[in-house]
Design a protein around this ligand. Structure first.
Ligand code: GLN
Length: 480
């Protein structure tokens, strides 16, 4: 198994390796796995310069846990001087003049970014097939998708190229690719990680987070990423927990609610079996399992696929060919400039979302769609409040299926949206959730999703860590 972040940090401090060596090795692995298409940009120059700075601080006694550890940013985080595309033709040549808050924080921790990971265009998708830069392949089976939208991040970690990656989760984009690629991914509470400099998809749902091989590694990284930021008005001013210290809390006495609705029709039997076996293991470790119900779970997909496109249509209005982003050649009139720039710059799925969102927000339909979706959002959130009156965590399969075939759902948007059936409600309610490897079905990884009340990331990470101390699913790697 590839080394943990803690092990790498120990090697760095013991001078068994330098940050420069770790970074060179990660860059070499990234190039060797070009077949996965996990990266949009590799920046060896910037990476090696950052590694040199990390080596200098380590020599000077820096004991920050991420100093000198290579990783990759999802290409949705603005990086000063490094191209940031959001996997769109619209931003193909966009070089931001500033860093996202998450980028600043990981820089301050002296972690070393090797580049920018592939993703679905503007984070819209569940398969990473919507990228202007081409689909990403699942390291477990190159004929299958890695999940989306953080598919490049997940593939890079699963293939052992980097120990961790940043991601974003608007409706499942950290948890679902983590599940499909057999790694661990945490989506924190809405507002826990700053959205400053994170390119907006659906602002009331977007959440930055981490993909890594274990809960312990996620705890290290989330600790560096989380915190208040006055530049994001929805960032929460509340001290963050010490995620690493909390890992030692055992499962003894923890009440885990098994969400009946998350095992409904459409869940593959092999997925359900692996998740139930993982939960039985949690019971052996001291947890109590009880059944819970989230009666409005079926409203999550329809509500999400009104609210997210509505917000997206507003957020994406800024790409007009005037200020920045793609501009069509030789515009004849202002309207021609707008329509051709947007027509050429956006891909099919992004256009579909803009159309749906604009329709849902239009004067005659606002009450029928947007307002009703917001009401559904409220009852979905209340289901969780009700359930968390009885239990500490809620569990179910992260995804109803294992990784599907490339091309399998590209011509059927509704089938693609249904892949998010167990993840989107968490975003609508603003809650933290984690996906951890729970076994295999048909030789492909299965993810167990655990959901916690707001700001209880520590409880999630500790439960996941205790499970990982007793199991080895998270140590399995695909053959290169
Ligand atoms: N698959 C969902 C969508 O397409 C979620 C994406 C995400 O979380 N960014 O909107």
């Amino acid at each position: 198994m590839a080394s943990s972040i803690a092990q790498l940090a120990q090697d760095l401090r013991a001078r068994k390796a330098s940050a420069t060596e770790l970074t060179q090795a990660a860059l070499a692995r990234a190039r060797a796995r070009d077949d996965l298409n996990a990266f949009i940009t590799l920046d060896a120059g910037a990476a090696l310069a950052a590694a040199q700075r990390a080596d200098a601080t380590i020599t000077a006694g820096d004991v920050q846990p991420l100093a000198g550890i290579p990783f990759v940013h999802k290409d949705i985080f603005c990086t000063n001087g490094i191209r940031t595309t959001c996997a769109s033709r619209m931003l193909e040549n966009f070089v931001p003049p500033y860093d996202a808050a998450v980028v600043e924080r990981l820089d301050a921790a002296h972690a070393v970014s090797i580049g920018k990971a592939n993703m679905d265009e503007f984070a819209m998708g569940s398969s990473n097939e919507n990228s202007h830069f081409g689909a990403v392949k699942n390291p477990w089976d190159a004929t299958r998708v890695p999940g989306g939208s953080s598919g490049g991040s997940a593939a890079a970690v699963a293939a052992g190229i980097v120990p961790f990656a940043t991601g974003t989760d608007t409706g499942g984009s950290i948890r679902q690719p983590a599940a499909f690629c057999g790694i661990t991914g945490i989506k924190p509470t809405y507002g826990r990680v700053s959205r400053y400099g994170m390119i907006a998809y659906a602002s009331s749902l977007d959440c930055g987070g981490v993909l890594a091989r274990s809960a312990a590694d996620c705890a290290q990284v989330l600790g560096a990423m989380a915190g208040h930021d006055a530049r994001d008005a929805t960032s929460v001013d509340r001290p963050r927990e010490d995620y690493v210290a909390a890992l030692s809390t055992t499962l003894q006495g923890l009440k885990i609610g098994i969400a009946r609705e998350y095992f409904g029709a459409g869940v593959e039997p092999g997925v359900a079996a692996a998740v139930r076996a993982a939960l039985a293991q949690c019971e052996k470790l001291g947890a109590t399992l009880v059944d819970v119900s989230l009666p409005n779970a079926a409203l999550a997909i329809p509500a999400y696929y009104v609210i997210a496109p509505a917000e997206a249509s507003s957020n994406l209005a800024r790409y007009d060919g005037v200020r920045y982003g793609h501009r069509c050649g030789d515009p004849k009139t202002l309207e021609d400039l707008y329509t051709r720039s947007r027509g050429e710059g956006f891909g099919v799925e992004v256009k579909r979302r803009i159309l749906v969102g604009t329709y849902a927000l239009s004067a005659g339909y606002y009450d029928a769609y947007y307002l009703r979706a917001q009401r559904a959002r409220r009852v979905i959130a209340n289901d969780f409040v009700e359930a968390f009156g009885h239990v500490d965590l809620i569990a179910g399969p992260t995804s109803p299926t294992v990784a599907f075939k490339l091309g399998e759902k590209t011509s059927d948007p509704l089938a693609m949206y249904a892949a998010d059936v167990n993840t989107v409600a968490v975003n609508l309610a603003g809650l933290p959730a984690i996906s951890i490897p729970a076994g295999f079905s048909e030789d492909l990884p299965v993810g167990l999703q655990l959901i916690a009340p707001a700001f209880h990331e520590s409880r999630l990470l500790a439960a996941a860590h205790q499970f990982q101390l007793a199991t080895d699913w998270h140590t399995r790697s695909p053959r290169a």
